[in-house]
Design a protein around this ligand. Sequence first.
Ligand code: NDP
Ligand code: 2IT
Length: 445
Amino acid sequence: MSVVENVLQKVKERNPGEVEFHQAVEEVLQSLEPVLEQHPEFVETGLVDRLVEPERQIMFRVPWVDDEGKVQVNRGFRVQFNSAIGPYKGGLRFHPSVYLGIIKFLGFEQIFKNSLTGLPIGGGKGGSDFNPKGKSDGEIMRFCQSFMSELYRHIGQDVDVPAGDIGVGAREIGFLFGQYKRLRNAYEAGILTGKGLKYGGSLVRKEATGYGLIYFTKEMLEANNKNLKDKTVVISGAGNVAIYACEKAQEFGAKVVAMCDSKGYIYDKDGIKLDTVKQIKEVERKRIKEYVNHHPEAEYHEGQKGIWSLKCDIALPCATQNDIHLEHAKQLVENGCMAVGEGANMPCTNDALEFFLEKGLYVAPAKAANAGGVATSALEMSQNSMRLSWTFEEVDQKLQDIMKNIFNASNNASKKYGMEGNYVAGANIAGFLKVAEAMMAQGVI
Ligand code: NDP
Ligand code: 2IT
């Protein structure tokens, strides 16, 4: 049995039922085989075994009172996965599907993503099985306050810095920050990122993941003598990442024809009118199907998966994990899709990813392509430490440079280890090497 197979088997035995975590570990470890062959010291020091075991996992009760006066109990999580290169950093996800296996997959991925940014941030993730859908602002606030009443003792601006993810945006970060400040009696702005601009937030953080995805995709296409201009693009999701990916793709001349939420998708053959999507999703917090009330020429289809049967040049899954299965990958390829940019974390199943690579598509892997969000979070931390704010242009320029560097690092690693053009493996390897070298230097901890 190879080292990788051995570690993977142990991960499955020691973390039963955590299928998303198994999937994420398998995807990374497989691409590390050639690296481990060249670096026996990583195996001899148990580095891979240590890498797949979180440094600390916290689970806690989150009781809160709903608008009817009824007590509700949710479960909170924070997984502090790896601090070799910096304080734990990663988002909080509020979604009913959240359980330990999801938070661990996200925390594991975050280690490599954060390493790729070139900034000093370790990997962590947290969240809750709380469902923010249909809740009043008062309920969201009481939930966030209860969640932070436990979380605050585990985090710190040099310890662990949470941010948003699915179901956690500016509103939730505001409530979380307020409660943290109250409990600590100190204005530690760098404790959370994704804050509002009036209290320590950074310009471009809101746009950063979506913009970064498009900067990376553009870089990847240009390296292969292609570009975004006039390309037909399909984007899953209609949240933070999807909206700003759409905005930047349109700015570069692409035609985005479809977006979705968890209930269904809209198809607008003339191109999505993003202002309408922003109004529905960011302001009214309604379903995407409202779009056709504003634009009757567009179509709404129940069910989200049908979006992958649409003809497109570029697919940008920006909703959630395991969105594109092998059957959807086959449909996309049959319809002439030439590139996939992963805005969400692990949006393609491992067999779908392999299929895309086998068929020669350009694949921008999540850990690299969506790293613009956390990179800009790290820029927010820098500004908080300096007690200064950069302009939109300054932050955007830094983001563009970071995404370019991430593409180059992924591309170079793919070449160095004999898999030229496989940016999935390249990103895993480049992200891993920095963390591995830091872990080697710090001894067995
Ligand atoms: P949001 O909560 O803003 O939006 C999520 C979007 O995806 C919504 O439109 C939602 O629809 C849809 N969605 C969620 N679950 C499903 C599902 N099971 N099936 C179909 N659609 C679904 O989250 P973000 O945009 O912030 O996050 C999207 C993805 O990007 C996640 O994978 C996240 O981990 C990743 N990511 C986010 C970053 C960030 O900075 N925010 C950074 C890097 C990665 P509905 O409203 O119906 O639930
Ligand atoms: O998956 C991610 O990278 C995020 N949700 C953003 C994390 C962050 O700390 O900004």
